[in-house]
Design a protein around this ligand. Structure first.
Ligand SMILES: Nc1nc2c(c(=O)[nH]1)N[C@H]1C(S)=C(S)[C@@H](COP(=O)(O)O)O[C@H]1N2
Ligand SMILES: [Mo]
Length: 213
């Protein structure tokens, strides 16, 4: 028990020294599960992924179609607003950029924000710039395995820090919706579930933008 604690503190100090531990965060080697409400069930025959709003044509993909899209791998540090950070996590999934490059989606020039829509009406909003960045993924796999139900199976938004990439905005982890079902492209920003409840809209982990008040 004490050894684990000592090792964790050592790892944490290393991350701090490498400039990877944001203020007010501590390192965890676990993968905590955090969400509001129940875990939804998944039916591959009725599941769809949709994109709509400021796009030339709304898009609907079945699970089978979504699975045929090219996937990227990204290694990221995750930072939860409840103060845990998990380092070097491996994600695999489809980038929003890929949807554009494959011609599946064409954005209108008016598209500036993206609202992620998940099961049971959970939403979270990000600027388009974040949605198109390398540190935001529509993830199907974690550490080489399909997501577990608790962590968002079959699809989740995930956002984190790519070490060394100080050019990328890094929001807290709540800005990635588990059990993701669609993306709504918006001209003007619309607050998501936790943002509506008082979480900071910008949510920059380095600026400790946790709460709005
Ligand atoms: N659909 C949905 N996604 C969600 C949430 C939620 O309540 N519902 N909570 C968010 C919050 S607050 C966090 S910290 C992360 C936690 O992801 P994890 O459970 O995989 O660690 O999921 C985010 N995505
Ligand atoms: Mo959270």
């Amino acid at each position: 028990m004490f050894e684990n604690f000592a090792q964790r503190k050592k790892d944490e100090e290393r991350m701090r020294a490498e400039g990877r531990l944001p203020p007010g965060q501590s390192l965890t080697n676990k993968f905590p599960v955090l969400h509001y409400g129940p875990v939804p069930s998944f039916d591959p025959t009725t599941w769809t992924f949709r994109a709509w709003g400021e796009v030339e044509q709304p898009l609907t993909l079945t699970w089978e179609q979504f699975n045929q899209l090219p996937r990227q791998r990204v290694r990221m540090d995750l930072h939860c607003v409840t103060r845990w950070s998990k380092f070097d996590t491996e994600w695999e999934g489809v980038s929003v950029r890929t949807l554009l490059e494959q011609g599946l989606l064409r954005l209108l020039p008016t598209a500036r924000f993206v609202l992620q829509h998940a099961e049971f009406g959970y939403t979270t909003n990000i600027p388009l710039e974040v949605a198109l960045a390398e540190n935001f993924l529509l993830a199907t796999h974690h550490n080489g395995q399909p997501l577990t139900p608790d962590h968002g199976y079959p699809l989740r938004g995930v956002v984190g820090a790519i070490p060394g990439r100080t050019d990328l905005k890094t929001p807290y982890l709540w800005k990635g919706a588990k059990w993701l079902r669609g993306l709504e492209f918006l001209q003007t920003d619309r607050l998501g579930f936790w943002e509506e409840a008082g979480y900071h809209n910008n949510a920059d982990v380095w600026a400790e933008e946790r709460m709005r008040f």
